[in-house]
Design a protein around this ligand. Structure first.
Ligand SMILES: [Zn+2]
Ligand SMILES: [Zn+2]
Length: 376
């Protein structure tokens, strides 16, 4: 029997992929070689963690591994758990853009220049490995996406329009053109893994590709780091982006800005930005899906006698409503088709009458009110 990968990661065998990812992130930060220089134990532990994660984070490998555990390894010959085979990934996905060669460093985990966002960095990192493993398109996109929130006024949500947002994202470093090396120098091919980023180690009956300990999976060694990006190959920049708000958008809706996020590994492509829309409440209208609710005050005498009132719609139209005689407090009128329109359809507007009872009524008005209350 091989190592217990679940035990190594400190998770249950039934752990979800999120739980596994979380456990791995914590351990990887703790035992990363850059954080434990000269500590061979930490290095071994890091390799072990990476190896465990490379298997149980991949649904197919995890399934094979679980079966192998169940049957004590019988019939499991010929397995090759790919491990952190960033070398292969690099070969498949060569291209322009960010020239990071896979794997990750302490700087990737914690941010080089002091400012960091673990979510982004990991999103990018896992996106890269997902791409290599050909995950489904949506999983691939979401693991590489940046997330943002945008609060808009009620009116803009109804009418739609454009809004400018500031997005902080990574871009290929212009100083080193994304190599991470000081201009005039070049990254050297790692002699240990010959640029593959991983080395093959046989483990009982299966061979495991491990992250190269010499270059931490990069496949290259940078002797003189770029002064701008400190070897990260990327720099953090803030850009203004125009967001098109579709008419009728609701609070909590998510807009996807395709290809506007961080670079995905060295694929030359960028991930998406997912913007969650928050709508400021309106002082007069309340919204439930595409229906709109509002309350209108009405004097008690007018309510009893019957009248006509004018009410605004969310599209700024004024609509006349006929209030029949003997209309009581909280009576609601439905204005069909005057709610919010979006691609899901059109809602209605509901107008609730709040009857206002004046303190000063003349004799005739008192009589009208008494008569109404008696026969209510
Ligand atoms: Zn640079
Ligand atoms: Zn290497």
């Amino acid at each position: 029997m091989s190592k217990d990968y679940y035990h190594i990661l400190g998770v249950e065998e039934s752990a979800s992929s999120d739980q596994i990812k979380k456990a791995y992130r914590e351990l990887a930060k703790k035992y990363h070689p850059d954080a434990n220089r000269g500590n061979a134990q930490a290095e071994d532990r890091f390799k072990e963690i990476s190896e465990a994660y490379s298997v149980v984070s991949d649904p197919q490998k995890r399934k094979q591994y679980d079966q192998m555990r169940k049957y004590g390894g019988l019939g499991a010959g010929g397995f090759n758990f790919g491990g952190f085979d960033f070398g292969k990934y690099r070969q498949h996905t060569g291209g322009a853009g960010r020239k990071r060669t896979g794997g990750f460093s302490f700087e990737d985990l914690f941010g080089g220049g002091g400012s960091f966002d673990l979510g982004d960095i990991f999103g990018d990192l896992f996106g890269g490995s997902h791409a290599g493993r050909q995950q489904s398109q949506s999983a691939y996109q979401d693991s590489t996406a940046l997330f943002s929130e945008l609060t808009i006024p009620f009116e803009l949500a109804i009418q739609g329009g454009r809004q400018i947002i500031n997005v902080t994202r990574e871009e290929a470093c212009k100083t080193c053109k994304g190599t991470g090396a000081k201009p005039g120098t070049k990254p050297e091919t790692c002699p240990s893994c010959k640029g593959q980023g991983s080395i093959s180690v046989s483990q009982g009956f299966f061979a495991v590709n491990r992250t190269c300990p010499n270059c931490y999976g990069r496949g290259k060694l940078i002797r003189d780091v770029c002064p701008t990006c400190h070897g990260k190959s990327q720099v953090r920049t803030t850009k203004k982006l125009a967001v098109t708000i579709p008419a009728g958008i609701d609070d909590g809706a998510k807009l996807r800005l395709r290809g506007q996020g961080n670079p995905i590994g060295n694929t030359g492509k960028n991930g998406d930005i997912v913007v969650t829309i928050r709508v400021t409440p309106h002082r007069f209208f309340k919204r439930d899906k595409n229906n709109v609710y509002c309350e209108v005050p009405l004097d008690i005498i007018r309510a009893i006698k019957g009248t006509k009132i004018r009410v605004k719609t969310v599209y700024n139209k004024k609509i006349e409503i006929k209030i029949p005689p003997r209309t009581g407090n909280k009576k609601t009128f439905r204005l069909k088709g005057l709610g919010i329109t979006n691609k899901k359809g059109t809602g209605d507007q509901f107008v609730t009458i709040n009857v206002i009872r004046r303190t000063k009524l003349n004799d005739e008005e008192k009589k009208i009110v008494d008569e109404f209350e008696k026969n209510k």
